[in-house]
Design a protein around this ligand. Structure first.
Ligand code: SF4
Ligand code: SF4
Length: 131
């Protein structure tokens, strides 16, 4: 049996649906350093202008239309986008319960749902190790 690659399971359609709505794009320390450097702001100013807090942790702020502050038809910080965005849809929640893949696919047209759970799980673990 051929081992499925991440590209067999996911092909981003660039629809932007994952960049809208409440969910909270959490930022790691490394994300903050990378993004603030990319947009040439110091880390404190970056957090003041572009972040909110969720449960005491920094998340990217949203505009009134519900989109991430960095969405503009495409991601304006693509080369340094947060770990959460880089990882999608190969995220820890699928290792916890592979059924999350199929639920997430309901809001992400790039995810295939006809693949067997064991293939999905193996692929997610591989991608998480690569991140
Ligand atoms: S919802 Fe899925 S297909 Fe659409 S931009 Fe996000 S990752 Fe890509
Ligand atoms: S950082 Fe980029 S990829 Fe992540 S939610 Fe914002 S616009 Fe989307």
């Amino acid at each position: 049996m051929r081992i499925m690659a991440s590209s067999d399971l996911f092909d981003c359609r660039m629809c932007g649906d994952c960049c809208r709505g409440y969910g909270g794009t959490y930022l790691t320390r490394r994300d903050i350093t990378a993004i603030s450097g990319f947009i040439k702001l110091d880390a404190i100013r970056f957090q003041d202008i572009y972040c909110a807090l969720s449960g005491g942790r920094p998340v990217l702020a949203q505009r009134d239309d519900g989109y991430c502050v960095f969405w503009d038809g495409k991601c304006r910080i693509h080369p340094v986008k947060p770990r959460m965005c880089r990882a999608w849809p190969f995220i820890e929640a699928i290792v916890t319960d592979v059924n999350n893949w199929y639920s997430m696919a309901g809001s992400c047209p790039g995810m295939r749902t006809d693949a067997p759970p064991e293939e999905i799980l193996a692929c997610v673990k591989r991608e998480l190790n690569r991140l």
